[in-house]
Ligand binder design. Structure first.
Ligand SMILES: Cc1cc2nc3c(=O)[nH]c(=O)nc-3n(C[C@H](O)[C@H](O)[C@H](O)COP(=O)(O)O)c2cc1C
Length: 217
């Protein structure tokens, strides 16, 4: 599956079929996901993969009673170990650890699509209770819980605003973002230096043109 397809097909699944799959698939997903950017390449992310039914239910209850989580064959508790981060970055260590865990979690949700698996990014939980249930040492902190499995839902298309409402060029609040992109898109073919580059740029140009044709919701 290419990246665009993975991004377009991912959604937050909150219902899973009972069909399971080998835990080795989770290993493969994590092996790929940990290639994500991470602070200082200190690999602070840690993963507790849960498949015990009782434990899944306890974790779901500690996640604001989101009991649907326990339907998934596995829950991945994504944590960070702050030991090295604190040594290198002192007070910033905690902040970078949170970011490491969030970045790797995003990768997991996309890599999972490669295996036709669906996920949800869950942050609403009681950290102390999750730490207790999964026996985390004091230097390891839970950040995200990812239920993973075969969804029983159809992909839901969640509204996203047009990027020209969210992106600014050079200065926050500068409304010329959309116009500037259009102008830059027009310039692309002139600067093409080889067939390959020109092809890539043509694709990009078409994408940008198509994007701007979309009507505002
Ligand atoms: C930081 C963060 C926390 C989230 N926590 C939860 C959660 O506790 N429960 C849940 O069902 N979804 C949670 N989500 C998923 C969002 O609700 C979901 O990504 C958003 O509604 C967009 O829908 P989509 O993922 O299907 O595109 C969380 C997402 C993020 C990024």
């Amino acid at each position: 599956m290419d990246l665009t397809k993975a991004i377009e097909s991912r959604f937050s699944s909150r219902s899973y079929s009972s069909k399971s799959f080998p835990v080795s698939v989770i290993s493969q997903i994590l092996e790929l996901a940990i290639k994500c950017p991470n602070a200082g390449n200190l690999h602070s992310y840690r993963f507790v993969v849960i498949d015990e039914e009782d434990l899944k239910i306890k974790v779901a209850k500690a996640s604001m009673n989101q009991l649907w989580m326990a339907e998934a064959p596995y829950l991945i508790v994504v944590c960070y170990d702050d030991t090295s981060l604190k040594r290198y970055y002192e007070d910033q260590g905690h902040h970078y650890g949170e970011q490491d865990a969030v970045v790797v979690s995003s990768y997991i949700t996309l890599v999972a699509k490669e295996f036709d698996l669906d996920t949800c990014f869950v942050s609403a939980f009681e950290p102390e209770e999750i730490s207790r249930l999964t026996r985390l040492p004091g230097n390891v902190h839970p950040e995200v819980i990812i239920p993973i499995g075969y969804t029983r839902e159809k992909k839901k298309f969640q509204y996203r605003p047009s990027i020209d409402l969210l992106g600014f060029y050079n200065e926050y609040g500068n409304k010329s973002f959309r116009k500037t992109l259009e102008e830059k898109a027009k310039e692309l073919p002139k600067s093409a230096k080889s067939d390959l580059k020109s092809k890539v740029q043509k694709i990009n140009l078409d994408k940008v043109k198509g994007f701007f044709k979309k009507k505002k919701p």
